[in-house]
Design a protein around this ligand. Structure first.
Ligand SMILES: [Zn+2]
Length: 389
């Protein structure tokens, strides 16, 4: 028997966090924050039982999976924290942006409590055997398959099955599948979106701005840039180090990306906007060079194309809703075919979907009938003999 506590990210996007409990063990998977929420809603709904948690495991360093780490330490968590090397290296920057400043000062990123593992490793924590695999979502990102000898729960975290750049390892069969439902039942594949973005760029030959997060999606965009394009100079090192993580990438993509980065023009603040596509982080204009570049481009009638998730009222969202920017989403999460495929391969078990609204779950259940559309943050479910109640 396993108990599954939905602490965040169910019926909502953000603050992703799930606990699994067996007779003698208790682990927490991810501890994110919710962009756009305030007060208690910003953090996972973990109100008791923190002292019995044996380990925290982090899937990757995005804010909706790791941003509540300082808050969680402030609540009294004192155990080990498992993550990959890349997550360890990126998490402090995420906390700097998204943690409460006073809390972060008192509870900084606890390097001495980090237990490193590599994607593909199997961990043993109490009763649990935990398999891991590459997520395809970001370098160093992983999924978790947690077994207690009777049942197996797969927590996909954020995954990307149809990337041309990042490798995703197949998920094992399981008794409960917690899917990345960020895009609901979006039927348009990654390849088709990439083609649409390339076409949009070709239609704006005098230059355009493409805000993008420093990690993950930037490599997908880099791969489809035309011959002549620019990057904000501050991105070069982070892009190079991601391309150097060849374990996470398809060999063919590595060659293409190295060539693309070598030929990219470095653009510096203060220079005139270039007459070619310009990549600058972050993806929504809340931080990084794009926080100043988006208003500058808008004031200069320089076209802007947004390609990712836009939290309500972020600068990118406001610009798009005012009709002054294009938006073509480059998938960094599964589209419909990807999630259908994951579900079939894992033996069509009961499914929970994280990181989307109830309305999007309704769409997805038309294709995945074993999806529970009523799962919400704050609920606790029991998995027993392959049945979830
Ligand atoms: Zn993510």
């Amino acid at each position: 028997m396993m108990q599954v506590d939905l602490h965040g990210g169910f019926g909502e996007k953000g603050r992703t966090s799930v606990a699994l409990r067996s007779a003698n063990s208790h682990i927490l998977l991810d501890v994110g924050i919710k962009v756009g929420a305030s007060g208690r809603e910003y953090y996972p709904a973990i109100d008791k039982g923190i002292e019995t948690i044996d380990a925290l495991l982090l899937s990757h360093a995005h804010e909706d999976h790791v941003g509540a780490l300082s808050w969680f330490l402030a609540q009294g968590y004192s155990g080990p924290i498992y993550m990959t090397e890349e997550t360890r290296d990126e998490a402090p920057a995420t906390l700097a942006h998204y943690a409460d400043a006073a809390q972060l000062k008192q509870f900084p990123f606890p390097r001495d409590r980090v237990e490193l593992f590599r994607p593909g490793d199997t961990l043993t924590i109490g009763d649990f055997t935990i398999r891991t695999g590459r997520s395809g979502h970001v370098v160093g990102g992983v999924w978790f398959a947690v077994g207690n000898g009777q049942e197996t729960v797969v927590y996909a975290g954020d995954v990307l099955p149809d990337s041309k750049v990042f490798v995703m390892d197949p998920l094992p069969s399981c008794d409960l599948l917690i899917l990345d439902a960020s895009y609901g039942a979006d039927p348009v594949s990654g390849g088709a979106r990439a083609d649409a973005i390339a076409t949009w760029i070709a239609e704006h030959p005098k230059g355009c701005l493409l805000p993008t997060p420093l990690f993950g999606r930037s490599l997908e965009l880099l791969a489809i840039m035309p011959k002549r394009f620019a990057i904000h100079a501050s991105m070069r090192q982070a892009l190079a180090s991601q391309i150097a993580a060849t374990d996470a990438l398809y060999p063919k993509a590595v060659e293409r990306l190295k060539h693309q980065l070598a030929s990219a023009i470095d653009w510096h603040d203060g220079e005139p906007l270039p007459d070619c596509p310009l990549l600058a982080d972050d993806g929504m204009g809340t931080a990084g060079p794009s926080a100043t570049l988006i208003p500058l481009a808008d004031a200069s009638n320089y076209p802007v194309l947004l390609t990712g998730h836009l939290p309500a009222s972020s600068p990118g969202d406001l610009l798009y809703r005012a009709g002054r920017a294009g938006w073509i989403r480059m998938p960094t999460h599964p589209t419909l075919s990807g999630n259908m495929d994951i579900w079939h391969r894992s033996g069509e078990p009961p499914v929970l979907g994280h990181s989307c609204t109830p309305y999007m779950l309704d769409d997805l259940t038309l294709h995945i009938p074993s999806l529970r559309i009523d799962a919400r943050t704050g609920q606790s479910l029991t998995l027993r003999e392959g049945k979830i109640a």
